[in-house]
Ligand binder design. Structure first.
Ligand SMILES: [Zn+2]
Ligand SMILES: [Zn+2]
Length: 293
């Protein structure tokens, strides 16, 4: 079984919801019968990620994320980074430092290292332009990304390097999305994920941050049994996100299985109440969705 829990469902600047980051859990049996999952993956870990995880660990069913009152970071085995905006990467420095110092393996005198996964260019830029500032020194020496993480660099254009797996059963394939164009499409992409159960053929879709670009991912959304698409509720002239008005043009069958996330703090003020009927609804934070049985 594969479950998905939003740490938060908010936009980059939301204050009533945490950043749109995900905890994905893979289970041999299921949450009811195991004390914790067999494998774990964070999809992004933004500036509000640590606080959101701290809240989640206090909820029934998520106590494996807690250790002596603090976040049990070694319970997170993998982190996938969609892109470098702070609402998606701002918590990684804390995770790296806690794993390196608080959860240092005393037997080997080495940091606990989760796997960090993204495209090669995002991983290089993530280190050079963001994480290096706080993580490039340890007492007595300089440090690199690989001192904190096992690195898995993917390439969406190369078969065999365009994804990764959980429990050898759930296959995650990344695809670039049209988040920000500097000069041309995909020159500053974010990445979405198409998730397949290789045993049953069932699948799920996660857009990541993107402008509306349905032709690019229509086949995945049509095939998936459940979809999660980002949304910007109110329009502006040059959006880097997907407007609600654009999502309303999705085919009805796709709309009805699509949960919306990455929204501003005004989602429940009235004008957007029809989202509940038009779509699968607004994604609910800190609640487990079973995405693949
Ligand atoms: Zn974002
Ligand atoms: Zn973004």
């Amino acid at each position: 079984m594969l479950t998905l829990t939003f740490l938060g469902v908010g936009s980059a600047f939301a204050k009533r919801n945490y950043n749109s980051n995900l905890l994905i859990e893979a289970w041999h049996h299921g949450p009811g019968t195991q004390s914790g999952p067999d494998d774990t993956l964070l999809v992004d870990f933004g500036s509000t990620g640590p606080l959101a995880l701290y809240q989640l660990m206090q909820k029934p069913g998520f106590t494996y994320l807690e250790h002596n009152g603090i976040i049990n970071y070694p319970a997170i085995h993998k982190v996938f980074v969609t892109h470098q905006h702070a609402d998606h990467i701002g918590g990684l420095e804390e995770m790296a430092l806690m794993n390196a110092y608080v959860y240092r393996d005393p037997a080997r005198d080495k940091a606990f290292k989760p796997q960090i996964i993204s495209s090669l260019s995002i991983l290089m830029n993530l280190w050079d332009h963001s994480l290096k500032g706080g993580l490039s020194v340890m007492a007595g020496r300089y440090a690199l990304l690989q001192d904190y993480f096992f690195i898995l660099a993917l390439n969406h254009q190369e078969a065999g390097k365009d994804g990764f797996s959980m429990l050898k059963r759930y296959r995650f394939t990344l695809f670039p999305t049209d988040h920000i164009q500097v000069q041309h499409k995909f020159d500053w992409p974010s990445f979405g994920l198409f998730i397949e159960d290789v045993q049953t053929g069932e699948s799920a879709f996660y857009s990541g941050d993107t402008r509306y670009d349905y032709p690019a991912y229509a086949r995945m959304m049509e095939r998936a049994r459940i979809c999660f698409h980002e949304v910007q509720l109110v329009g502006e002239p040059a959006p880097v996100h997907t407007l609600l008005s654009e999502l309303r043009t999705l085919p009805e069958a796709v709309r009805r299985k699509t949960h919306l996330y990455h929204f501003t703090d005004d989602w429940d003020t009235g004008p957007f109440d029809s989202v509940r009927e038009e779509f699968a609804g607004f994604a609910v934070p800190q609640q487990r969705y079973t995405i693949l049985d």
